[in-house]
Design a protein around this ligand. Structure first.
Ligand code: AMP
Length: 303
């Protein structure tokens, strides 16, 4: 039977400029991307905080996917977390032009009884101090996924190392894995990160896919081949969300389930990057995710 998934992290407004297009004040943040993705696979609860500028239409985008929003705090004294980013060189590099943490500045997460009883928890990218506060409230977590970014590796390393020790799965991208581990080679980075205490590690390699380091084996999933990259923002968050949702949806945390979940996650993330925010994912939904999942399976195995 499907278990519920609690997703925490940032809920943000993003202003994004790519070589092709730009968009202002669109729904972003690690928890938004991840919960929209996970909602296709498991009952999803989102936890975070939004401010006085948060639009009713964005509340509706979450509730339209049946995401439980009762653990979002609506704070009237400040605006929502804000991020402005710009992609250069045909999407090869990204620059953060502005970050305003706003409502997240003094945020002390609170969870209701439903959220505290979640067995599956995705601690999406946000300060490891907030991630720890959320995890401390969960009564008996079965599978905990921790996502992070270079900022926290640089400025909150101690708190990050402590939460990683409590994780069943640590997810990060290749440059973050190298930064966190101090290794130059990605395989060495994965192996070293396994020694940091998480039971398994996924390193995302962008357009090349992702690799899993696990006590029962090693696995690589390719990215779904797309020609219509529009905005890479949130690809990693939706990968993590879809994987977490898949595991909660089948209530299976085995190596085999994580492998299958990674194929689904790769398919889901490929839809996120074909539009700003999650519009394309929300428009095309599960049928297209499943079609892409089958195609990834077809192209990545010869028998
Ligand atoms: P990604 O493309 O996976 O790095 O995720 C991009 C999302 O992360 C954007 O929607 C931003 O709003 C959000 N974001 C940017 N900086 C931070 C931060 N320091 N903490 C949490 N979320 C952030």
């Amino acid at each position: 039977m499907a278990e519920k998934l609690l997703v925490s992290g940032s809920i943000a407004y993003d202003c994004i400029e790519t070589p092709l297009d730009k968009a202002d004040y669109i729904l972003g943040g690690s928890a938004s991307y991840a919960s929209l993705a996970s909602s296709y696979f498991a009952p999803t609860l989102i936890s975070g905080i939004v401010g006085n500028d948060f639009k009713e239409s964005d509340v509706k985008r979450l509730t339209a996917r049946a995401i439980d929003i009762s653990n979002i705090k609506f704070e009237q004294s400040k605006p929502t977390f804000f991020w402005r980013g710009k992609y250069h060189d045909n999407f090869n590099s990204r620059e953060t032009l502005d970050v305003q943490v706003n409502v997240y500045e003094d945020y002390k997460p609170e969870l209701n009884a439903e959220a505290r009883s979640a067995k599956y928890v995705l601690l999406g990218n946000i300060s490891p101090v907030v991630q720890t506060a959320v995890l401390d409230m969960i009564e008996s977590p079965k599978f905990v996924i921790v996502d992070t970014m270079d900022l926290w590796i640089n400025i909150e390393r101690q708190a990050l190392e402590a939460i990683v020790k409590r994780a069943d799965l640590l997810i990060l991208n290749d440059s973050e894995a190298k930064l966190f581990s101090g290794e130059r080679n990605i395989i060495c980075a994965g192996k070293k990160l396994m020694g940091f205490g998480a039971k398994s590690v996924i390193i995302k390699t962008g357009e090349y896919g992702a690799m899993l380091f696990h006590k029962d084996g090693f696995f690589v999933v390719p990215a779904f081949p797309i020609e219509s990259l529009h905005d890479p923002t949130g690809a990693g968050d939706s990968f993590a969300g879809a994987l977490a949702g898949y595991l909660a949806g089948c209530d299976d945390t085995s190596f085999e389930a994580i492998r299958k979940g990674m194929v689904v996650a790769s398919a889901t993330a490929s839809m996120t990057v074909e539009s700003f925010s999650c519009y394309k994912l929300e428009e095309n939904g599960l049928d297209e995710i499943n079609r892409r999942r089958d195609y990834i399976k077809k192209i990545s195995c010869s028998d």
